[in-house]
Design a protein around this ligand. Structure first.
Ligand SMILES: C[S@@+](CC[C@H](N)C(=O)[O-])C[C@H]1O[C@@H](n2cnc3c(N)ncnc32)[C@H](O)[C@@H]1O
Length: 224
């Protein structure tokens, strides 16, 4: 059996497909729309505890998807959000969904170019993203390079890795699977940043991710 990295799984053709891959249906009373409605305000609260949102602040939404949290942050505070996503289709859907001139959506490479040119953000979020990254140390380094010297970040992550993969079986048929490896994303984050606080997801607010051990971390930029 062979497997290859398959990030194209995130190239959702439309808004409904995108929502279903961002918050997968998890059974009765945990369909995508219900999870979207319950989880989004909870994550916004976690963001508010991690760092201040204000109109003059620029926030990186790393792995922004269709901009679920970018939209919530802008509506709550008027901040400016730079969404970054590996999927060009997610970026295009995000521009429609967020629908604000306080939002742009970039590829990781475009973000790197701007950071090389001097861009620094005030704060960053990466919500349900790093578990999917093939080389999360690279993504963490990218976030860190883009964060200003007093920058803060909130990460929400699953403990289990879920790397998108196309798997070819003994019949030479290719199918999609979530792959795994031994990379400890929390340990990488502790090496890269100073940890201000960390904890488990509140099971009364979003039980389906809490049950499987999802965690949050409030991080601070380290001196270079
Ligand atoms: C589960 S969705 C979460 C979306 C959004 N953060 C939210 O909570 O609504 C994961 C997103 O991360 C993006 N992604 C995966 N790997 C990435 C990478 N290496 N760099 C940037 N984005 C990535 C995917 O395209 C997808 O849109």
């Amino acid at each position: 059996m062979t497997a290859r990295y398959y990030p194209e799984i995130f190239d959702a053709p439309d808004m409904n497909a995108a929502k279903a891959i961002i918050l997968t249906p998890e059974g009765p009373n945990a369909d995508t729309e219900t999870r979207w409605r319950h989880e989004t305000p909870y994550v916004l609260e976690l963001i508010g505890k991690a760092f201040a949102l204000a109109p003059e602040r620029v926030i990186l939404d790393y792995g922004c998807g269709i901009g679920r949290l970018a939209k919530a942050m802008i509506e709550a505070s008027g901040c400016f959000v730079i969404g970054v996503d590996i999927s060009p289709k997610m970026c295009r859907l995000a521009l429609d969904y967020v629908g604000s001139d306080r939002f742009v959506a970039l590829s990781p490479t475009q973000f790197d170019v701007l950071v090389k040119g001097g861009l620094r953000v005030d704060a960053a979020i990466a919500v349900w993203v790093l578990q999917h990254c093939l080389a999360p140390a690279d993504d963490i380094a990218r976030i860190r390079r883009g964060l200003g010297p007093a920058g803060a970040a909130l990460v929400l992550n699953m403990p289990k890795r879920a790397i998108p993969a196309a798997v070819r079986d003994s019949n030479n048929t290719e199918r999609f699977a979530w792959g795994s490896d031994q990379i400890d994303v929390a340990a990488l984050l502790r090496q890269a940043f100073a940890v201000a606080a960390e904890g488990a997801i509140d099971p009364t607010r979003t039980p389906h991710v809490a049950d499987v051990g999802a965690f949050w971390m409030n991080l601070r930029q380290r001196a270079a």
